[in-house]
Ligand binder design. Structure first.
Ligand code: DGY
Length: 323
């Protein structure tokens, strides 16, 4: 019987999937395992199911000498130091696929809300500034015929492209290597260079992982390249955008709006973004539907069960020998 640490209260059939193992988890009413208990439990644990906000690095792993698998409860795994896990022969897994549709749906939600100026209209109404129907009230973006620029045509980027076509948008994308002909045909997306995408798109949406290369991909210069009255959407990772530069561009009136689900220093939000009537903000909820969060929990638990049983899980990010 191996010890498995579950870092947070999670939905789904975790106990059945990990039957036969000792599970350490938060005690009611705790939502998450406090750091001291996590550290204590990791001393002899073989599996860890962790949240994306916990940094998995040498400092944590030095205290977990028996750990064999880290299952990250997210598709993104920038919180995991893969060199540190690889040095110790630890398998790392993530939760792809099950969250694709939910995240693409929230991307569309943010795009629509920013392009149609939802926060400004809502505030006008609630604050008693609405004087009735007017022909030129809060003119918004016509999405039909507009160009959507997708940075990263992976699973989520593709799901966004398919949705955008339903709105009559033209779709371009950028990524290091071209998508397959099948993917381009299914999404109707045309590959262009990043600079062209940024300079010609009416809406730019980010679907790339946070790495040293993508940090501040949207910096002041790139944001300035965006078309006047364009919209930027980010449901990937906050590190991709220089928030101070973005807030300044909003203040100058260069952008029509932004839709952000992720932030550079979560849970902190740049005060100028929080104050901007043109920013549609959500607290990192891209995958937060009942079905998706349940599926993520079960997938993560299954990958731990697989490793502990000597099987290779389907969703391996890094395994001994792969680095
Ligand atoms: C992820 O999976 O990486 C999201 O940010 C959280 O669901």
């Amino acid at each position: 019987m191996a010890k498995v640490v579950i870092g947070a209260r999670l939905p789904g059939r975790i106990d059945q999937i990990l039957a036969g193992h000792e599970i350490v988890r938060p005690a009611e009413p705790e939502a998450e395992l406090p750091r001291a208990r996590l550290t204590e439990a990791l001393r002899d644990a073989e599996g860890l199911l962790t949240l994306l906000k916990v940094r998995i690095d040498d400092a944590l792993l030095d205290g977990a000498p028996r750990l064999r698998v880290v299952a990250n409860y997210a598709v993104g795994y920038d919180n995991v130091d893969l060199a540190a896990t690889a040095r110790r022969g630890i398998v790392v897994t993530n939760t792809p696929d099950v969250l694709t549709d939910a995240t693409a749906d929230l991307t569309m939600t943010l795009m629509l809300a920013a392009a149609r100026r939802l926060p400004e209209g809502g505030a006008m109404l609630r604050e008693g500034r609405w004087r009735g129907w007017e022909p030129e009230q809060l003119p918004a973006m016509d999405l039909g015929g507009a160009q959507l620029g997708i940075v990263g045509l992976g699973r989520i980027g593709q799901a966004v492209a398919r949705r955008a076509r339903g709105f009559g948008m033209r779709v371009v994308y950028t990524q290091r290597s071209a998508a397959t002909a099948e993917v381009e045909a299914a999404t109707g997306a045309r590959r262009v260079a990043l600079d062209e995408l940024v300079a010609t798109s009416d809406v730019v949406t980010l679907h790339a992982p946070a790495t040293a290369e993508t940090r501040h991909l949207m910096d002041a210069a790139r944001i300035a390249q965006m078309k006047p009255r364009a919209v930027l959407v980010n449901t990937a990772r906050g590190a991709l955008v220089d928030e101070a530069a973005l807030a300044a561009a909003l203040d100058r009136g260069h952008l029509l709006g932004v839709g952000l689900d992720v932030f550079e220093d979560e849970p902190r939000v740049h005060p100028a973004l929080a104050a901007s009537p043109r920013a549609v903000l959500m607290p990192h909820l891209g995958s937060s539907t009942v079905g998706t969060r349940t599926a993520m929990a079960e997938l993560a638990a299954q990958s731990i069960a697989d490793v502990l049983a000597g099987r290779r899980p389907a969703n391996v990010v890094s395994a001994p020998g792969s680095h």
